[in-house]
Design a protein around this ligand. Structure first.
Ligand code: FAD
Length: 419
């Protein structure tokens, strides 16, 4: 992991700061070891939430969009009970604390009144800091999914339905043009959306980076042949070119790739800022297997230390600066816009795309929460906390970007062979 993160950052520095004009030279960026552990591979998600913005048609019905949820005994006992205990712990802060045994089965056994109170408590708890909606872990519709068995790849989801999602994300819910308030640093300026304030422009770049990452993955793990006995997945160079080649995209492709690196830097910075929280003795990656849990914590700390040791860091204090009232309002606008993006993910009709879309927006939302939840004037009581869902999403999200960067290198080599 150390090598992986170091390589990604070195490539970034080399590409954009040392040799700004050159096309990408990227290195191997796999963060596999951590992502293959039980703690990070099982993700609890509700894929059955209705779309809150429009009546969506039926589900897309494509075979490669299917997601296979885990049966309960596939998920380590420790992970399942930890989620239940969290509910118990929170609930016990309420005046009317009931027996914890009853709370283990909170979704079925509590009175309506108690359940409502619990919901309110959960909401009140830390929602104000969130940039992203989290699925209720205790909701009966939420299920564990093994991410390794449901990889992100080409699904065939495309056309008006997919465009409607992207259009809503870019145009309808946020990032409409705003007056420029401050001059833009080159780090923030790439892509469309001229005339926006620096923060909205930065957030446009994050979404565009995420879009680019999804496009790279579907091009890198494309369905190359579909015989009755076997499916073959691999890189599709023409698909990649159609999305990123400068000529074929009127110059937009390279900008989108730059946005991918921007997203990487933001998530890397969030990892660095998460270090004090993870370092705390009480912070556990609990699966119920003590040796494995210890090893995972060491691996995670190793990753965070490596991220910290880099000289180049995104400086989050340059955003939401200036007049405090105005900055707070702007931050709230952006936070709500991001909330909407996580809601839009419930409108994605392809379940596999919805799964990875939710995971990656949640990862990015967590990164933003880490970077912006504490203002200098925040009281100590509002200190950053992270739950399992957020951590799993964040580490998987950075793993996705790292893999995209590695795939880019592979495409460069394939393109060089072609010419
Ligand atoms: P799209 O990718 O749909 O893009 C639409 C338009 O947006 C483009 O014409 C371009 O003008 C603009 N655009 C494209 N890229 C960027 C960028 N990086 N920055 C700014 N603007 C851009 N398909 C899969 O096969 N596997 C998946 O896992 C998958 N996950 C998805 C997850 C989500 C949340 C969504 C909404 C879609 C997902 N899709 C997935 C579908 C995929 O993203 C494309 O929509 C689809 O492949 C059709 O591509 P397209 O060439 O029509 O352009």
């Amino acid at each position: 992991i150390r090598v992986c993160v170091r390589a990604c950052v070195c490539v970034y520095i080399h590409r954009f700061l040392v040799r700004p004009q050159v096309s990408g030279e990227l290195d191997d960026c796999h963060c596999d070891a951590l992502l293959q552990t039980d703690y990070f591979r099982f993700y609890k998600v509700n894929l059955n939430k209705p779309c809150p913005f429009w009546t969506s048609g039926s589900h897309c019905g494509l075979r490669d969009c299917t997601v296979k949820p885990c049966s309960p005994n596939e998920v380590p006992e420790g992970i399942r009970t930890e989620a239940r205990n969290k509910v118990t712990l929170k609930y016990c802060h309420l005046d009317k604390c009931e027996k914890s045994e009853a709370l283990g089965a909170v979704d079925v056994s509590l009175s309506d009144e108690t359940r409502e109170a619990l919901k309110n408590w959960t909401k009140h708890d830390d929602e104000a800091q969130r940039f992203c909606l989290l699925d209720d872990e205790w909701c009966p519709d939420s299920q564990y999914v093994d991410l390794l068995l449901n990889p992100e790849r080409f699904t065939g989801y495309k056309g008006p339905e997919a465009w409607k999602i992207w259009t809503s994300i870019y145009e309808e819910n946020c990032f409409k043009p705003f007056t420029v308030k401050r001059p833009l640093s080159p780090l923030y300026s790439s892509g469309r959306s001229e005339g926006q304030c620096v923060e909205k422009r930065a957030f446009y770049r994050l979404i565009s980076g995420l879009h680019a990452s999804i496009s790279i993955h579907l091009s890198a793990r494309y369905l190359l042949s579909d015989e009755w006995f076997e499916k073959r997945w691999g890189p599709n160079v023409s698909e990649f070119r159609s999305r990123f080649d400068s000529e074929l995209t009127q110059g937009e492709g390279p900008k989108r790739l730059r946005n991918l690196y921007f997203l990487f830097l933001i998530e890397l910075r969030a990892l660095v800022k998460a270090l004090p929280v993870v370092k705390e003795g009480s912070f556990k990656l609990f699966t119920g297997q003590p040796q494995e849990d210890c090893r995972n914590k060491e691996r995670l700390l190793d990753l965070l230390h490596t991220a910290r040791s880099f000289p180049l860091h995104f400086n989050e204090t340059s955003l939401f600066a200036g007049d405090e009232t105005e900055a707070a309002k702007l931050k709230e606008d952006v936070r709500l816009a991001f909330m909407n993006i996580s809601r839009i993910m419930d409108c994605v009709e392809c379940f596999k795309c919805r799964l990875w879309g939710k995971l990656q927006t949640q990862g990015l939302g967590t990164a933003l929460k880490i970077l912006f939840s504490e203002l200098p004037s925040s009281p100590p009581s509002s200190r950053l906390t992270l739950n399992r869902q957020e951590l799993v999403a964040l580490v998987n999200a950075i793993g996705r970007i790292s893999t995209s960067i590695k795939e880019l290198q592979n495409f460069r080599e394939l393109l060089a062979e072609d010419t």
